[in-house]
Design a protein around this ligand. Structure first.
Ligand code: DON
Length: 309
């Protein structure tokens, strides 16, 4: 069956039933104290196709902490502003290491392997602070434009919670600064980074926002070209190779789509020219990615019979 004739709702209903009945081990993130309070049994999924049709189940309209999913938005915004010079300060290679690893920075003279590990996202945050007069406001404006929803905002309690315990990111940004790869005040970089991670969005909102990466950089139902085709190609390539840290190979192997995870339990994936899909389930596997989310997306590409490969 051609992908355009796929009955996504039937497939999502089957995924909900199958995954809810499976015992999939995972643990809700607790190193950010506020995240530990989120009920482990939340489970939702939302898929938007390029016709603007919606398919969903479960807690798909409840907002949660997007955490590292925000790194895709900050990268897109930075690429809109300084594309070429950005790649002198951050690499495009998978790290094969944990998302919060410090060890690779020493060998690479403070150039993070890619923009999706924490070190890379801190450099991107620094770039946004240098290029924008009010980066926190501009970041939200970008999300409002992508979703058409002005109510998306920062959860200040989550931002403060990460700030209270974020010792590793504090170490990371100071280490990067020692190499000259952070230009602004470290406190300002951390404040912006903790806020971007603390944005609250639902699966419905995330899948809508990621449609731009499925639609060659254009907003849906609009002629507005927000990102160039080349920028979208590069962002999708980075999601494919680096979106899941030291589990990027596994995600490609099982799911076969570009995607990005966050420790709030969200995962967003893109099927270029077809759809964007978001899933949320807070318990994480040992690599820090949603355990049920990974399984649900494996079912999606298996049951539809289509991935990018
Ligand atoms: O910096 C951190 O550790 C968190 N704010 C984000 C990490 C994250 O989401 C990793 N992704 N799976």
């Amino acid at each position: 069956m051609a992908i355009s004739l796929t009955n996504y709702q039937k497939i999502l209903d089957q995924i909900q039933q199958e995954i809810s009945g499976r015992d999939i081990p995972g643990r809700v993130a607790s190193y950010i104290p506020e995240l530990a309070k989120v009920p482990a049994d939340k489970f939702g999924m939302h898929l938007y196709d390029l016709q603007g049709e919606s398919f969903y189940f479960g807690d798909n309209e409840e907002r949660f902490s997007i955490q590292s999913i925000s790194k895709v938005f900050s990268l897109a915004l930075a690429m809109k502003m300084i594309d070429h010079d950005l790649w002198k300060r951050v690499g495009v290679e998978p790290s094969g290491a944990r998302f919060n690893s410090l060890s690779l920075l020493e060998d690479n003279f403070g150039i993070p392997r890619n923009p999706f590990i924490n070190a890379g996202a801190l450099v991107v945050a620094d770039v946004l602070i240098s290029s924008l007069s009010n980066p926190k406001e501009a970041f939200l404006t970008f999300l409002h434009e992508l979703t058409g929803d002005d109510s998306i905002s920062y959860n200040e309690t989550v931002a403060a919670s990460e700030k209270s315990e974020g010792y590793r990111n504090v170490a990371m940004v100071n280490y990067l600064k020692s190499f000259g790869n952070i230009r602004n005040d470290v406190e300002e970089v951390l404040d912006f980074y903790f806020h971007q991670c603390a944005v609250a969005m639902s699966c419905k909102e995330l899948s809508k926002a990621f449609l731009v990466f499925a639609n060659q950089g254009k907003l849906l139902n609009s002629e507005k070209q927000l990102l160039t085709g080349q920028q979208v190609k590069r962002i999708n390539a980075l999601m494919q190779t680096c979106g899941f840290y030291d589990e990027a190979g596994e995600f490609s192997f099982e799911v076969g789509l570009p995607g990005k995870s966050g420790v709030g339990g969200g995962i967003v994936a893109v099927h270029p020219n077809h759809y964007a899909v978001a899933v949320w389930s807070p318990p994480l596997n040992p690599k820090g990615n949603s355990a049920r989310g990974m399984a649900a997306l494996e079912r999606l590409t298996t049951l539809t019979g289509y991935s990018i490969f």
